[in-house]
Design a protein around this ligand. Structure first.
Ligand code: GRF
Length: 201
């Protein structure tokens, strides 16, 4: 299973994949792409000897053109799974058509609550007592695809984004690594009775 990762930021989820799945059980991270040339995730990839590509929005006429270039780049590398690991861009319909049911995302909230960006701050502003992580397949909506894994954590006294993220990040890493392992092993399936339901066996 050749895996491509898209990341815009720090890349701790990418690092978890490098440490947890890369080079094991037939799984290879073969491409790490970013919209941001300065994303620390790219340096993590380079250190691990993984090819990197930068696709800044400003260098393309529009999002579709950028995503078409990304699709070509990933396909040339034989990618069969794309992981959005802190990738802050929406992917186009054409991108999803190129990788049907082959794109997964990690999100620092319990979807369908708090889709989009800056969701931990949104949770704190709302006053929630329970935070959490969702790993899901990506569809054409914003964080609306079928859920693979979720885990909740009670943090009734949390006050800052950083203290919540300190708890959520290790959970993200664990759930994402497990999801990629199961996907590669062909152990994620859609329930025929309800295609929104992902069976992880
Ligand atoms: C994570 O919180 C992830 O859930 C969200 O973006 C963040 C990326 O963190 N989509 P990192 O760059 O993997 O450290």
């Amino acid at each position: 299973m050749r895996v491509g990762v898209l990341a815009s930021g720090t890349g701790s989820n990418l690092q978890a994949l490098i440490d947890g799945v890369h080079g094991r059980d037939g799984i290879e991270l073969v491409a790490v792409g970013s919209d941001r040339p300065e994303a620390p995730a790219l340096e993590r990839a380079r250190r691990a000897g993984i090819e990197v590509g930068v696709f800044p929005r400003s260098e393309y006429a529009d999002r579709d053109a950028r995503d078409a270039a990304l699709v070509t780049w990933l396909r040339e590398r034989g990618v069969g799974l794309v992981v959005l690991a802190g990738y802050t861009q929406l992917v186009s319909g054409e991108f999803l058509d190129a990788f049907p049911e082959q794109v997964i995302n990690v999100h620092p909230a319990l979807l369908p609550a708090f889709p989009g960006l800056h969701v931990v701050q949104a949770g704190l502003d709302y006053g929630v007592k329970v935070f959490g992580v969702t790993v899901h397949f990506v569809d054409s909506g914003v964080d609306t695809g079928p859920v693979i894994f979720q885990r909740a954590v009670e943090l009734p006294d949390a006050r800052t984004v950083d203290e919540v993220l300190d708890v959520l990040h290790p959970i993200e890493h664990e759930l994402l690594v497990t999801a990629v392992r199961l996907f590669a092993a062909g152990r994620l399936r859609f329930d025929p009775a309800n295609p929104r339901r992902v069976l992880a066996r």
